[in-house]
Design a protein around this ligand. Structure first.
Ligand SMILES: CC(C)(COP(=O)(O)OP(=O)(O)OC[C@H]1O[C@@H](n2cnc3c(N)ncnc32)[C@H](O)[C@@H]1OP(=O)(O)O)[C@@H](O)C(=O)NCCC(=O)NCCS
Length: 291
């Protein structure tokens, strides 16, 4: 195995397209997920198998590794390469102090939230002692969904310098774990922000940021981060932000906004109230790593 640098992105993209054709992954999405964050891409010499992963802190502050991608060319399947790559990934993660390796989206900029139950990776992981930690759902919100913001809240795309600064500060203080993704959305122009308004500041130019709705940060059409400050919830801010995301996607000719990695029934209720349809399910598979 050798490290594949970003200069091999075309080779990596061709391998991923051959291995997971239904996912329509682009070179841009692979660059964002595999190279823009600290981590590693390891592949074999002849370009037929690759694994990508990174390390970071999970929601509880534990140092974990997240598998971003494991692809074996269809012509080379069944020769043990998947297991070999996973073993390499575990060694790399363990050397960096990660307590567990999770297959999928525990860290930002994931390409998948978990493992597709029909994927061959499920069997490979089971043989290597991975534990099933639960299920995640995906939902598709029709791109036609819209909702007005409640009184006292103004929503606009964060592009003006002062709005970008306000969003960046709010992200750092309230949503620090998501701040890298929010920064990326600000760069891409795909971050909508909800500002508190007052009678003397009806546009919320100086208003507190009470919510953010970002999309297409790693993968086109994927929703998130979508967050509303706890004190501003259940007033329609979340739906209004989701409506703006849907509007962007409709203009770009996508049929739906996709929400992945949902495990919380409250979030399912929020999405269901926006007309979301359930889609693919994923398993959360993880293995503790030796110290
Ligand atoms: C999910 C979240 C963005 C919703 O924001 P919000 O502003 O409270 O949502 P809205 O007020 O627009 O909710 C609209 C409808 O969704 C449903 N809903 C929202 N939150 C719900 C909850 N906790 N439980 C059940 N239903 C809920 C309700 O039908 C609600 O309408 P109602 O208040 O008139 O009953 C917010 O709870 C949040 O920031 N959660 C943490 C971050 C997160 O998990 N984001 C993932 C988003 S996909």
């Amino acid at each position: 195995m050798q490290q594949w640098g970003a200069e091999r992105i075309d080779e990596l993209t061709a391998l991923v397209v051959a291995s997971v054709p239904d996912d329509d992954l682009t070179a841009d999405e692979l660059l964002t997920a595999c190279y823009d964050q600290p981590g590693v891409v390891l592949g074999d010499d002849d370009g037929t198998a690759v694994v990508a992963l990174g390390v970071g802190r999970d929601a509880d502050g534990v140092l974990v590794a997240s598998l971003r991608l494991l692809a074996v060319h269809p012509d080379r399947r069944g020769s043990g390469l998947g297991s070999e790559l996973l073993e390499e990934a575990e060694r790399w993660a363990s050397d960096r102090g990660a307590e567990r390796l999770e297959l999928g989206g525990v860290l930002p900029f994931a390409l998948w939230p978990g493992v597709d139950p029909s994927s061959a990776l499920v069997g490979v992981a089971a043989r290597r002692g991975y534990v099933d930690r639960g299920e995640l759902g995906s939902f598709a919100v029709p791109a036609g969904f819209r909702s007005d913001p409640p009184a006292g809240v103004a929503i606009r795309r964060a592009v003006r310098d002062d709005d970008v600064t306000a969003v960046t500060l709010a992200a750092a203080s309230s949503w620090a774990r998501r701040s890298d993704e929010i920064a990326r959305a600000l760069d891409h122009g795909t971050c909508h922000a909800a500002f508190a308004t007052t009678p003397t500041d009806p546009d919320g130019v100086h208003g507190e940021v009470v919510g953010l709705g970002c999309h297409s940060v790693t993968r086109a059409t994927w929703v998130g981060p979508l967050v509303v400050a706890p004190g501003a919830r259940r007033r329609g801010v979340g739906h209004a932000l989701l409506g703006q995301i849907c509007r962007d996607l409709m203009i770009a000719d996508f049929p739906a906004a996709e929400v992945h990695g949902v495990a919380d029934p409250d979030i399912e209720a929020f999405l269901g109230a926006a007309g979301a349809r359930p889609g693919r399910r994923y398993r959360v598979l993880a293995r503790p790593l030796p110290a």
